[in-house]
Design a protein around this ligand. Structure first.
Ligand code: LLP
Length: 427
């Protein structure tokens, strides 16, 4: 988080609070989230895209009632991808018309819930789903606003993009093989569906704008084809999320205003060329909003030097609170935050307490050579896809999310208890 500083004792402070006090009050491991930073990022996205566009926060990155309230207050919309994410959003008071429902295999129950709640948009992902949503909407006498998710045939990577004829993955309807155009035909024939626009999401943790630009061009060109074939100009396009953040100092993220400018210009230029009225643009950042706002606070349990290799530093969490290192080979940094140290740096691997050697939190890092049991470590940029992908492996109790604001800390998601777990076990 931007607001982490060191006090006179050499301990880290976030939002004016000493991490040692946070650990004492809330225990470790814990996700410490800076509410001011979260709100500032929401405002930056809103300001960058302006009144002519919408910003849908991708709830899969991290969702809770408090987050939904912050989003609602800051003027963001919300992308949910399950009935339960939808339930959290509605429960916390997000107006349904500001919610978009995603997913490649939404159940009829989820569709029903979304349609009856009055969500602003359902993003259609398959031919079966077109029929399913149409049937549910008809049954409830609703004309449901929908977008069609298309696969634009670009694969976005961290520092490159590779154009591919077909994307060999489960999401969307392909532009290249005509499935997207066929989906448009079918939706336009159904009275219970209102085709609002076309959706594209090219991937995640992307730094290079080129993939977004290709996607924008191809989506606008589809709008031109739809106008030519059907005589209708669709009013919306959504270019998804995926903007990368800095996990380590090697990463150089784009700012929201850069992506807004690049996308805005491309869409304007392509629409001009195709003589289309520019559609309303929306985007769906998740990681870029919540990722940098939180760090995980751990306590060191053991320190094991391996001669000639490295030192293994075990913390009181691990792959159950951050699966990203094991799953994606993701890179993180780590620092000693409970005190200052003048000791030499030593090469470490920060590992968890799970019964698995792949249980790595930070693969390669340096910590002071005097790092010892009882020290507190912080792993930054864990706000996205860490609590939301946390598990109970080894019956770990999922850590709390503690929001810090105005010099005060409060739990927004509490730590799981042994009781919580035992209650599920009814055998
Ligand atoms: N919109 C759609 C349709 C998506 O599928 C996603 C992410 C987003 C928006 C938000 O993407 P973001 O801005 O957060 O990159 N668990 C992985 C990331 C999977 C993301 C899936 N979809 C991770 O930990 O990196």
């Amino acid at each position: 988080s931007r607001t982490v500083t060191r006090n006179d004792d050499g301990a880290a402070e976030v939002g004016g609070l000493d991490v040692r006090d946070l650990a004492a009050e809330f225990g470790t491991p814990a996700y410490i989230l800076d509410e001011a930073d979260f709100r500032a990022r929401c405002r930056a996205w809103r300001a960058a895209f302006g009144q002519g566009a919408d910003v849908f926060y991708a709830g899969k990155a991290f969702l809770s009632r408090a987050v939904v309230r912050w989003l609602t207050e800051e003027g963001l919309n919300l992308d949910v991808c399950s009935g339960t994410e939808l339930a959290v959003a509605l429960d916390a008071g997000m107006p349904a018309e500001r919610i978009a429902l995603h997913g490649n295999n939404k159940s009829t129950a989820e569709i029903e819930r979304a349609v009856t709640a009055g969500v602003g948009r359902i993003v259609l992902d398959s031919f079966q789903e077109i029929a399913r949503v149409a049937a549910v909407a008809a049954e409830h006498g609703v004309r449901q606003r929908v977008q069609i998710r298309v696969t634009v045939g670009v694969e976005a990577h961290t520092h490159e993009f590779i154009a591919t004829a077909h994307e060999d993955q489960k999401f969307g309807l392909s532009l290249a093989d005509g499935q997207a155009a066929e989906a448009v035909r079918r939706v336009l024939m159904l009275d219970s569906l209102e085709l609002a626009g076309i959706h594209s999401h090219i991937g995640s943790q992307i730094f290079d704008m080129a993939g977004f630009e290709v996607a924008a061009r191809r989506v606008v060109s589809l709008l031109g084809e739809i106008r030519d074939e059907h005589g209708v100009e669709l009013p919306e396009i959504d270019l998804g999320g995926g903007l990368g953040i800095a996990y380590t100092t090697d990463d150089d993220p784009r700012e929201p205003h850069e992506i807004a400018k690049a996308l805005g210009e491309i869409v304007a230029r392509e629409c001009d060329a195709a003589r289309l009225t520019p559609p309303r643009l929306s985007v769906e950042p998740g990681r870029a909003i919540v990722g940098p706002t939180a760090f995980t606070l751990y306590e060191v349990g053991t320190v094991k030097p391996l001669e000639g290799l490295r030192t293994y530093v075990s913390v009181d969490g691990g792959m159950s609170d951050n699966i990203r290192t094991a799953l994606y080979d993701a890179e993180y940094s780590v620092s000693l935050v409970s005190r200052a140290s003048d000791a030499e740096p030593m090469l470490v691997r920060v590992v968890g307490k799970h019964c698995e050697s792949g249980d790595i939190v930070v693969k390669d890092a340096f910590l002071p050579a005097d790092t010892a049991p009882g020290d507190l470590l912080a792993v930054p940029a864990t706000g996205a896809y860490c609590r939301s992908m946390a598990s109970n492996y080894n019956h770990a109790l999922r850590p709390p999310v503690v929001a810090v604001a105005d010099g005060r800390a409060r739990v927004i998601v509490r730590r799981e208890t042994e009781e919580d777990l035992l209650r599920l076990d009814v055998g």
